[in-house]
Each structure stands twice: as C-alpha cells, then as structure tokens.
Ligand binder design. Structure first.
Ligand code: PHE
Length: 340
C-alpha cells in the first residue's frame, strides 16, 4: 500500500464518521474501517510480508491513521449520543403543570332519578315496590281493568300489539299480546297474587302508538300506585298525592279535576300550577268494584285508590326541560347536565 492510498483511506473514514447520522451508522462505519475485517486492519496484516525498513515506516503511519480515526469516531459518538438523549428526553417529557385528567363519572338519567325520588316517597309511606311484564296480555292490560270490548284505547291506533287482537290462541290460551299501555296491569297482577291489604307502587316502561314530539314518546314511563284496605276514601288518595307533590316540587298549588278511567270510579286528574298555567301530572281514582271483583276481592269488604304518574312530565317540570325527546336522544351534552 502506498502512502497516498493510506491517506485516502483515512480521509474516507473521517468523512464516513462525520456523515454518520445515527449511532448505528457510526458503528457500521467504524466496523468498515477499523473492524476485524476492516480496511485499515487488512493493511496492518499485510505489513508482515514487507521488508524491515518499509514495515516500520508504513506501520507507524497505519498507527497514526488508526489513532486519528479513533479520535474522530469518539468525538462523533459523543455528539450522536447527546442528540439521542435529547430526543428521548423530549419524547418522554412529562408536563407536571398540566391539570390532571379527571375520570368522567356517569350519573342517573334524569327520568330514572325522578322515578327513584318518587318511589322513595312511597316507600317512606309504607308502600312496597311491585313489577310486571312489559309484554302483557289483553286481559291484564284491558279486560281485568274494566275496559269495554270496543274501548278506543284497544284500537291499533293507540296500542302496539305483539299479536293482533283475534289472532288464534297459542298453547297457553293467550290470544292477544301487546306492549302494556300503562302500569295499571300490575294492579291486577298484585291483587290476584295476594290478599288485601295492598300498598304498592309499580314503576316501569309503557308503550303507545304515538309519534314522538315535544310532549309524547312511544315508549315512556309510569309509576302506578295501588292502595286497598278496609276503610280507604278519596281523602286518603288526596293526602297521599299531596305528600308526593310537596316532597318533589314543594308547595305548588294543585287541583283535582274530574276525569274518566274505566278502572276507577270516581276518577280524577291532578293538575299542578307551574309557570303560570295548570299542568296535568297524573290520573287517579277509587278502584272500580268491577276491577276488585275481577281480581278476586270483595268490593263490599275492601276498597281503595289507584294512581298513575308520568315521571317524564315530572322530570321536565323539575329540570325546566321543554322537549321530551331530549330524554331519549342520548346526547351527552344534555345528559351530563345532570351530575350524580
Ligand atoms: N293508567 C292510567 C293512564 O295510563 C293512569 C291511572 C292509573 C289512572 C291509576 C287512574 C288510576 O293514563
């Protein structure tokens, strides 16, 4: 090897080190020039075959080239390591001044929360919670509750049937299945299942063939109340409902307005005075003797009252909500306005 070749080799190596952009690239370059099979190493090996005077001379220059390369390599390594540390530190940096991410807590749906508050009032008065199926038979939803066969509520316009009226009976003898239109069938189910006295509230979902608008939903909720005992009068009904309204809305004016339901006689609706007008809150009345009889009770011995309340309406009143559809749109901006 000539002196010129060795100089060129050293210059190439220095340039390769300077151009290495990563530690891996620097390792590769180092290996190429001074590794065990590196360019400079093979020059060194060939020294043995040279005559004494040439060997000493070339050997000294090879050592000088090796030293120059080693120094350049270590300087470049220092620079690249610092750069790598800077990148890693930046990537792993934690800004301790950032506010913490607070986990989002869920909360009760405003309708559910209102229902629970109502049920709590009745439990406090000694009522028990009862439930019934949402897919109900015509008998429990209408027949036992004294609806005439041609009552308009039984029409397809009002009621969502699972099996159309008049369809053939199945093996259990059930002909007409429907989505219950109110929670009143739980009255009949409860009376058939136990002797008097009865004090129950039945919260649950009900269905009607309605189009959703600001004040109607095809699926909504009711809380049924039923009290049957030996000496209950309309005064007890009134006192019970006054208690409920006071507990939930405070001292708002109320009025009972005569109404009609097939399963109560007399019947009434309870209105409350809110925002400068009367707002209908619930239906109620004294349980009709025909209902007591259909459920195996003797109307000469026991009597009582029933009521059915729509919690959606009450939740709207409590929270100043003007459109019922908000309850079912699952819009988190709406729902998160009701913290737990
Ligand atoms: N079931 C009636 C309705 O859905 C409400 C009601 C219940 C009325 C109990 C009287 C007694 O409108």
């Amino acid at each position: 090897m000539s002196a010129v070749d060795l100089e060129a080799l050293q210059a190439d190596g220095l340039r390769a080190y300077a151009e290495a952009q990563t530690l891996d690239a620097l390792d590769a370059a180092k290996n190429f020039y001074v590794g065990r099979r590196g360019a400079l190493t093979s020059v060194q090996r060939s020294l043995g075959s040279l005559p004494e005077n040439e060997r000493r001379d070339l050997g000294a220059r090879v050592n000088a080239a090796r030293a120059a390369l080693a120094q350049a390599e270590s300087q470049r390594r220092h620079v690249l390591e610092e750069e790598r540390d800077r990148v890693v530190l930046a990537a792993e940096a934690v800004d301790v001044t950032l506010p913490p991410r607070v986990p989002k807590l869920g909360s009760l749906h405003p309708v559910q929360e209102t229902m629970e508050a109502m049920v709590d009032v009745f439990v406090g008065l000694g009522y028990r919670v009862a439930t019934g199926p949402e897919v109900e038979s015509d008998w429990f939803n209408f027949e036992a509750l004294n609806y005439q066969p041609d009552h308009p509520a039984r029409s397809l316009m009002d009621t969502i049937y699972v099996r159309a009226p008049g369809a053939e009976a199945d093996q259990q003898g059930v002909t007409d299945l429907l989505l219950r239109t109110h929670t009143s069938p739980v009255q009949a189910r409860t009376m058939l299942a136990q002797p008097p006295p009865v004090y129950i509230v039945a919260p649950g979902r009900v269905y009607r063939a309605d189009i959703a608008d600001a004040t109607h939903l095809p699926a909504f909720h009711q809380i049924e109340g039923l009290a049957i005992d030996t000496d209950l009068t309309m005064a007890d009904l009134r006192g019970t409902l006054v208690e409920l309204v006071h507990a939930l809305l405070g001292d708002v004016p109320m009025r009972f307005r005569p109404h009609h339901f097939p399963f109560t006689e007399p019947s009434a609706e309870l209105d409350i005075w809110l925002d400068g007008r009367w707002v209908e809150l619930l239906g109620c009345g004294m349980v009709h003797p025909n209902v007591l009889r259909a459920c195996g009770y003797d109307p000469e011995e026991v009597q009582g009252f029933a009521f059915g309340i729509g919690p959606e309406r009450l939740a709207m009143r409590r929270h100043g909500i003007s459109d019922m559809r908000l309850f079912v749109e699952s819009d988190l901006r709406f729902l998160s306005a009701f913290p737990a």
